[in-house]
Design a protein around this ligand. Structure first.
Ligand SMILES: [Zn+2]
Length: 228
């Protein structure tokens, strides 16, 4: 006779007892670890989307530029499961680059490295579902390093720009390079504002890269277009 130890998929505990069967006749198990996040589980789940390792893989694939359908096909799960997992990550996203902000903390850089506080800002058009539902990514990067400082999603309105402006406040920026969009000239001090194409190449390049790598449009063209 052979015994196979059953371990909980969620907490790896071996304190497991049998807990009846599902409607299909699969054995159900109960984890007796009181700290277990789940409790009851199946050994061979036919619903792969609920397995913790599959959920981790969804996030890993998305960070490696796999699209939603791409991930669903590879992991043999439903695209809705992929979307649901990705939406759960929204809570942990921050629209300000706190790592860069921490290095700007005056207490930590008291030994005196002068940082050139220059930023490039731009906005990128896209849409949700239909083109009647446009969304703009407002986004600012460091002019010298190209690191993302902060971003906001919204319409192409002044309110959204003011949100981004508020997020950038703690960085203590001394110069902004933007295009000639009206929101910038209305809300930025002319002394620190340089509109024009000369100094926004880095952010325009970043937006082009984002568009080219967005999986949604790869089927028709490798590049982004507003009409196809
Ligand atoms: Zn458990």
């Amino acid at each position: 006779m052979t015994f196979i130890a059953v371990r909980c998929h969620y907490c790896q505990s071996d304190q497991i007892v049998k807990r009846g069967k599902t409607a299909r006749g699969t054995q159900r198990y109960l984890c007796q670890n009181t700290l277990c996040p789940k409790g009851s589980f199946l050994l061979d789940s036919c619903n792969r989307g609920c397995l913790p390792e599959v959920k981790h893989t969804i996030i890993d694939m998305s960070l490696n530029a796999s699209g939603v359908r791409d991930t669903a096909r590879s992991l043999r799960i439903c695209p809705n499961t992929v979307l649901r997992e990705l939406k759960k990550q929204e809570a942990v996203l921050e629209s300000v680059n706190t790592t860069v902000l921490r290095t700007l903390n005056p207490a930590e850089v008291a030994w005196g490295m002068e940082r050139p506080g220059e930023a490039e800002r731009d906005e990128m058009w896209s849409f949700v579902g239909t083109k009647g539902n446009p969304r703009w990514l407002w986004h600012a990067i460091d002019h010298h390093t190209g690191k993302v400082l902060a971003y906001v999603f919204g319409r192409r309105t002044d309110e959204v720009f003011l949100q981004l402006k508020a997020l950038l406040e703690p960085f203590g920026l001394t110069r902004y390079y933007t295009d000639h969009w009206g929101a910038y000239t209305r809300h930025l001090d002319p002394d620190v504002h340089s509109p024009g194409k000369r100094n926004t190449q880095k952010i325009e390049r970043k937006h082009l890269t984002l568009r080219t790598r967005m999986k949604r449009l790869v089927r028709k063209t490798i590049c982004f277009s507003k009409t196809t």
